[in-house]
Write a protein that binds this ligand. Structure first.
Ligand SMILES: [Zn+2]
Length: 341
């Protein structure tokens, strides 16, 4: 639902508030500008009385000028990311792959992405039974969701942004990884009508969480994604960023799976500096970027700062700081922007 009768000043204030708002428990009644609303939107009611000559000739009506090219998006709407965190962790709760809760969560995510104009394709993954963080879990089938704007082809050069949707059985998964999925959806929103350096493929992965002790007992969804790429699709992947636990802390971790030198990690770190965000180089193999790196493709992880509620029933929405989601969004959008190297 759109904001009723916002003045330009209120729209600007709402944009600032949306980027600065603290925590996921932001005031749900606060006015929020729609992503496509220009700051100089008309201040009159949206629907003038039918046949009102005064309304149609109002000096505040937008002029039918030639369109200026859209600028790259620089900020996500943190409210969008927080809404997704609330829906997944507050509304649905624990959602291990191949459970009814996971399927409900996938439905929520698919509807949101389709509502933004994306085409969502499902990739079904077989997931084995196992023991996930100490609790037995059943095997079954679960889906990756692959979202692109219409016309984007995965066998043409593109970058990929991923986030896992599943959780361990005992955790509602606000930070791990409602935060990553929420930020992915907010980035999809921010770039839907804005230019990016390359087309973006957004993938919401299933079954990242471990089902056993070895390196082959996790990351099932992303390994399936990489394993099923055609040769042309493999050549077209120019970089993958995994958003995994991105809502705690003040600095943004940018993790290589292999340590330096890592050209993609360097580019993402540079993007963070251009965006004015404090970034920290790190090393991690415990997220979906590792499936890409293992498969010979460039991948890094954003996020992963330690937090006390990790993999516990206390991983609830109030753990996630919307200001940190906004910072991660700025790093990601700076990497996706046409100026990026
Ligand atoms: Zn995770």
């Amino acid at each position: 639902m759109g904001p009723p009768r916002l003045t330009a000043g209120r729209v600007a204030a709402a944009l600032v508030a949306a980027s600065l708002v603290a925590g996921c428990t932001s005031d749900p009644d606060a006015p929020v500008a729609s992503p496509s609303a220009p700051v100089d939107a008309p201040t009159e009611p949206v629907d003038p009385p039918p046949g009102s000559a005064e309304a149609t000739s109002s000096p505040s009506a937008p002029e039918p000028t030639t369109e200026t090219p859209a600028q790259p998006a620089r900020r996500i709407r943190a409210d969008t990311a927080s809404e997704v965190v609330d829906a997944l962790a507050g509304g649905i709760g624990p959602r291990p792959a191949a459970t009814p809760a996971f399927r409900r969560a996938a439905g929520v995510v698919q509807r949101r992405l389709e509502g933004l104009g994306y085409v969502v394709r499902r990739q079904t993954v077989r997931v084995p039974a196992g023991v996930s963080w100490g609790i037995p879990v059943a095997g079954g089938r679960a889906d990756n969701l692959v979202a692109t704007l219409p016309g984007v082809r995965r066998d043409r050069p593109h970058v990929l942004v991923g986030a896992h949707l599943d959780t361990v059985p005992q955790a509602p998964g606000a930070e791990d990884n409602g935060s990553g999925v929420g930020t992915l959806i907010a980035a999809a929103e921010a770039t839907a009508e804005r230019p990016t350096r390359l087309p973006v493929v957004f993938v919401v992965f299933t079954a990242e969480e471990p089902r056993g002790p070895s390196d082959d007992d996790h990351h099932y969804g992303s390994r399936h994604y990489v394993a099923t790429l055609t040769p042309a699709q493999r050549r077209a992947v120019r970089g993958m960023v995994s958003l995994d636990r991105v809502g705690v802390g003040r600095r943004v971790p940018v993790c290589s799976a292999t340590g330096p030198p890592d050209a993609l990690q360097r580019r993402v770190l540079d993007a963070g500096r251009r965006a004015g965000v404090a970034v920290t180089a790190c090393e991690s193999r415990t997220s979906d970027h590792w499936s890409f790196v293992r498969g010979g493709l460039p991948g890094v992880r954003l996020g992963g700062a330690p937090y006390a509620e990790y993999h516990s029933a206390r991983d609830r929405p109030d753990v996630v700081d919307a200001r940190q989601l906004a910072r991660v969004g700025r790093v990601l959008l700076a990497w996706l922007a046409p100026t990026a190297g």
